[in-house]
Design a protein around this ligand. Structure first.
Ligand SMILES: [Zn+2]
Length: 236
């Protein structure tokens, strides 16, 4: 190494030059890997493949919708299998199972305000549901004209079950309703986060398929009032 300051700076620049080459190689390798990966595309979000960036409209891609995780997300079956395998490993490491929870007649009961009789109104049901008390179990759903009653001790149940399970809400109700009920059951958003699946997320009409629940094929426990729930949908 030369002892002159100017020479040392030039040597440093030369070192930096060589130091960047591995990064360039790494980027080049990633690009190569992307070219090898797509097609088949791993999945699309917002209409673009999140691996290669191609437009979904120009590609022959069906995939499985996972809109409850992120709006517009669709995954290929290969990517689903990869993520499911990874989720199963995580669950086994955490010693947990997947718990799929129905809403109506399981965790809660809801009725339309229009179906409440005058006598029930006189008993003060709507008044009870409008009180600003964190411990009440009777609620009116704003904008939906619904009255909802939580099952006794349901929040305690969720708290204890969360130690043993990765929990999902899975309902044939619509998304807005499911999200409102999730807020009542889990006001701190501790247990469910985005794991709220509703009718628009199902891949087959009127059927709660397990294909949209990662890791559920092998590790799911289902709590539902209907026997049909939780069928495995054959992946195509
Ligand atoms: Zn792609």
């Amino acid at each position: 190494m030369c002892s002159h300051k100017r020479c040392r700076v030039e040597e440093q620049h030369q070192d930096q030059g060589t130091a960047t080459r591995p990064e360039e190689d790494a980027i080049g390798s990633v690009k190569d890997a992307q070219i090898k990966t797509c097609p088949p595309h791993t999945g699309f979000i917002g209409g673009l493949c999140f691996t290669c960036g191609k437009n979904q409209d120009e590609e022959d891609f069906t995939g499985v919708p996972f809109g409850y995780i992120s709006e517009g997300l669709r995954l290929s079956t290969l990517e689903m299998d990869r993520l499911s395998g990874s989720e199963v490993k995580n669950l086994l490491r955490e010693r947990k199972l997947v718990l799929i929870l129905d809403l109506d007649h399981t965790l809660i009961n809801s009725t339309s305000l229009h179906d409440i009789s005058a006598a029930e109104m006189d008993l003060g049901i709507q008044y009870a549901a409008s009180k600003n008390d964190p411990n009440i179990s009777l609620f009116t759903l704003q904008g939906m004209h619904m009255l909802t009653k939580l099952r006794p001790f349901v929040r305690k149940f969720l708290e204890e079950a969360s130690n043993m399970f990765r929990m999902y809400i899975y309902t044939m109700g619509d998304k807005a309703y499911a999200i409102e009920i999730a807020k009542l059951l889990d006001p701190g958003n501790v247990y469910f986060d985005s794991k709220v699946i509703s009718n628009s997320d199902c891949t087959q009409q009127h059927q709660k398929g397990l294909d949209v629940v990662l890791g559920a094929d092998s590790l799911a426990v289902i709590l539902d009032d209907t026997k049909k729930s939780g069928r495995s949908i054959k992946k195509t």
